[in-house]
Write a protein that binds this ligand. Structure first.
Ligand code: URA
Length: 178
């Protein structure tokens, strides 16, 4: 289940160039959920190819997690104007696609506040929950959820970057062996 090529379920359709669908290993036990496509993603139709994506790639490589072995997606599949946060209404409109993408996975990693707002209903600080193991219910089944920092929050912040590195090590050692 994925959005129709001419999806108009929310207002983000007005400004988008391309719908950004998941990338990587579409059958991976591990899924990263980002916030929303940015400019580069909107133009290319691929998630995390801009500045945040470059930092995500670098941290994954440093910690021995191959990007091709995980799946990467976003809470909403179309770029919000001026890269503002997606609204609850926009996330709700896109949620059936996200649920379909997440069902049956071993672990879902929430990259930053929007992913945690969408999947946990959490409105607090990432520092209070980063790298704790939680549970979310996806289509009637509990799935392990690990909240962590969005790569954009790591560009100028060493502590966030270290926490995102820790997330990668957890994935490498506990969920991507072999
Ligand atoms: N930021 C996100 O949250 N997702 C992307 O795909 C790119 C940047």
């Amino acid at each position: 289940m994925r959005p129709e090529p001419d999806c108009r379920l929310c207002g983000l359709c007005e400004g988008r160039t391309k719908i950004v669908l998941p990338s990587g290993d579409l059958n991976s036990p591990v899924v990263f959920v980002g916030e929303a496509p940015g400019e580069r993603e909107d133009l290319s139709g691929r998630p995390f190819v801009g500045r945040s994506g470059k930092l995500l790639d670098a941290i994954m490589e440093e910690e021995g997690v191959e990007r091709s072995r995980v799946m990467i997606t976003n809470t909403v599949k179309c770029r919000p104007p001026n890269n503002r946060d997606p609204t609850k209404e926009e996330m709700d409109a896109c949620r059936p696609f996200l649920d379909h993408e997440l069902s049956g996975r071993k672990v879902v990693v929430g990259l930053g506040k929007s992913a945690c707002r969408d999947l946990l209903g959490y409105e607090g600080k990432m520092a209070d929950i980063a790298n704790t193991k939680m549970s979310i219910n996806i289509l009637g089944t509990d799935v392990l959820f690990i909240p962590t920092y969005h790569p954009a929050a790591c560009i100028y912040n060493r502590e966030s970057r270290d926490a995102l590195r820790t997330t990668m090590r957890i994935l490498r050692d506990e969920y991507l062996e072999g």
